[in-house]
Design a protein around this ligand. Structure first.
Ligand code: M6R
Length: 610
């Protein structure tokens, strides 16, 4: 989704801003732009398309200056054109603004400004902000005061960066509902919507809170809150592995991240498994065993892949802890006024920690007075900071828009959570030890599955020319099927739907023909014989069959056009293995179809608008 980078210091701003924008490319965008201040002049360049198009434009028409702001836009109001790209310039050319978020009252503000004779150049909601600041600034030179004065007029969400030729060397940032981080360098300061953009310059950062405004100059910064006045921020240090943003020999980030999953699961489990007690333990939950034992219901709220992981969690917790679990779409939960009692534990799950719908669900549960917990990957993200406690995934930076390793880390964490909740109830010590041992074996087993990539790549050829595919799984494999279908949709643009296997007979079976493959997630388990009957039903209708099954399963193999094996393991850890062939299948289909795997159309890595 949209990205912001701002810089003020001793160096030329535009190469730093462009490098920052390139680091944000993974988030998804459709245009980019830059504004710099040089000799009290403002230079604005913006282009639809990739950052490389902007870079090429800057070779022809440079943007000099050691202070500037930049943006990658993911279109919401108005299509992806040069005009709609940010920065937007306010009336009289006195300010330039980049903005993440949505201004909900933009239409009425626009009418008001137009009535005053201001001519709009774009269809965006952001342009109203630029004009409001310019009008407020008038002939003055207190840009911070002008920004502060107009912010109460904006309804919606924003992360903003603003520059003005009246205030060379200054960048103003503001945050309400859309993240903004300040980077503290030597003789330079940066602001960004995502720390990834600025970490090559500094690891010392301060996360702005909602309602805060910052003014940065090369040697100084000042943060103010709209109600609390001057703020001394907490300075965090972010660990950064230099190669985390590199491809390390892989062709795509998605492929790299799929292959990282043995380490992902290892890191998620590190220090949390207690074999001697046959349980798991999370320090960050901030709840005593007595409090956890008092829980009568668990609610998960999440979106997309995180929602699928939560569904796996539902099966795991119900099975190991016999606790009722509900999994909610965060976007629905936040407005549904769901009845929650005091013995309900509310968890939100989010890789990015910035998903607007999930944050909304967290805030709704908090508003109702419930303690809230987060399962989150991004350290210091808004969700991580606002939850009362939680569990970090430790999956490292996930660049691929199609989430892969975060799913595995979430499922590993949820397996441990189910184990801990189970051991606080009726789960026996030997059964707990068996889960611990199963989890300990997962990294090496994932490595085994990854070795089957050539088989999966061949199976992908069978899907490449399909119009549509069904993904089917029973019980704990139903969410895995949903996740496999989502991966295929996202990066190959093939239509795919996930269903509980037996549900196929109640409608989707009408779709099955020679051109409509079915992908069965069918490792051996208690319901295997029933699944085989469903496979037969598809075969009888000539539907091509790709199946993920237990190695050596002759029955399933003989019914399948392509058989993708996983090791023979207890059901409880099967989802962690079964998802791997599905991720690779989607990856290879997309590759064969020539899709832009790391920048799939219309998608954003973190969805910070409703
Ligand atoms: O960062 P989050 O986990 O909150 O993101 C939720 C979804 O937007 C995300 O999982 C999305 O569905 C991915 N593109 C899936 O690959």
């Amino acid at each position: 989704m949209c990205g912001i980078v701002g810089y003020t210091g001793a160096h030329e701003a535009s190469p730093i801003l462009l490098a920052g924008l390139r680091r944000l490319e993974y988030r998804g965008y459709d245009s980019s732009g830059i504004a710099t201040i040089s000799d009290s002049q403002m230079i604005v360049r913006k282009k639809s398309g990739r950052v490389r198009v902007l870079e090429e434009a800057l070779v022809v028409e440079p943007a000099p200056g050691s202070c500037g702001i930049s943006h990658t836009r993911w279109a919401t109001h108005g299509p992806a054109t040069d005009r709609n790209a940010h920065p937007h310039v306010g009336h009289g050319g006195t300010v330039a603004v980049v903005h993440n978020g949505v201004i909900e009252n933009h239409s009425s503000l626009r009418k008001e400004l137009e009535a005053r004779g201001i001519v709009f150049k774009s269809q965006t909601d952001t342009e109203v902000i630029a004009h409001l600041i310019a009008v407020e600034l008038g002939d003055g030179d207190d840009l911070l005061a002008a920004v502060e004065a107009i912010l109460p007029r904006l309804e919606g969400t924003y992360g903003l960066a603003v520059v003005s030729p009246r205030c060379p060397g200054q960048v103003i940032g503001a945050r309400l509902g859309s993240p903004l981080v300040l980077g503290l360098g030597e003789g330079e300061h940066l602001i960004a919507s995502d720390p990834v953009a600025i970490l090559p310059h500094t690891s010392r950062v301060a996360f702005l809170q909602d309602g805060e405004v910052v003014r940065v100059t090369p040697h100084d910064f000042e943060i103010r809150h709209r109600e609390r006045g001057s703020i001394t921020p907490r300075i965090d240090r972010i660990d950064w592995k230099p190669d985390a943003g590199e491809l390390s020999g892989y062709d795509h980030y998605m492929q790299k991240e799929i292959h990282e999953q043995p380490d992902t699961v290892r890191d998620a489990c590190r220090g949390r498994l207690r074999k001697a007690e046959g349980t798991a333990y999370f320090g960050g939950l901030n709840m005593s065993p007595r409090q956890l034992r008092g829980i009568r219901r668990v609610v998960f709220a999440a979106c997309g892949t995180s929602w699928h992981a939560a569904l796996v969690g539902e099966y795991l917790i119900e099975r190991l802890a016999r606790l009722p679990v509900e999994v909610e779409y965060a976007s629905e939960f936040r407005y549904r006024n769901a009845p929650l009692d005091s013995r309900t534990l509310v968890f939100v799950l989010s890789q990015s920690g910035e998903t607007a719908d999930t944050l909304g669900a967290l805030r709704e549960a908090t508003r109702q007075g419930h303690p809230t917990l987060a399962i989150c990957n991004t350290v210091g993200s808004t969700i991580a900071r606002e939850a009362d406690g939680g569990i970090y995934l430790h999956a490292g930076h996930e660049v691929g828009v199609a989430s892969t390793k975060a799913f595995s880390a979430q499922v590993a964490v949820l397996t441990m959570l189910a184990l801990e909740l189970g051991r606080l109830r009726h789960l026996s010590f030997p059964d707990g030890v068996a889960v611990v041992e199963a989890l300990e074996s997962v990294p090496d087993l994932i490595a085994e599955v990854l070795k089957t990539e050539p088989i999966i790549a061949r199976a992908a050829e069978k899907l490449t020319h399909a119009q549509s595919a069904l993904y089917l799984g029973r019980d704990i494999h139903f969410p895995v099927a949903l996740e496999g279908a989502l991966k295929l949709k996202e990066i190959s643009y093939l239509h795919a739907e996930g269903y509980p296997t037996a549900e196929m007979k109640h409608g989707p079976i009408a779709l099955i023909d020679k051109q409509t493959p079915c992908v069965f997630v069918a490792p051996k388990g208690s319901l295997h014989a029933k699944t085989l009957s469903n496979v037969e039903e598809v075969r009888a209708r000539l539907g091509p069959i790709i199946s993920v099954g237990t190695e050596g399963d002759e029955s399933l193999m003989s019914l399948s056009d392509s058989f993708l094996p996983i090791p023979d393991v207890p059901e409880i850890i099967q989802p962690l293995l079964a998802v791997i062939p599905l991720q690779l299948l989607a990856y290879h289909v997309a590759r064969l179809r020539g899709c832009d795997i790391d920048k799939p159309r219309n998608l954003a890595k973190s969805v910070t608008v409703e």
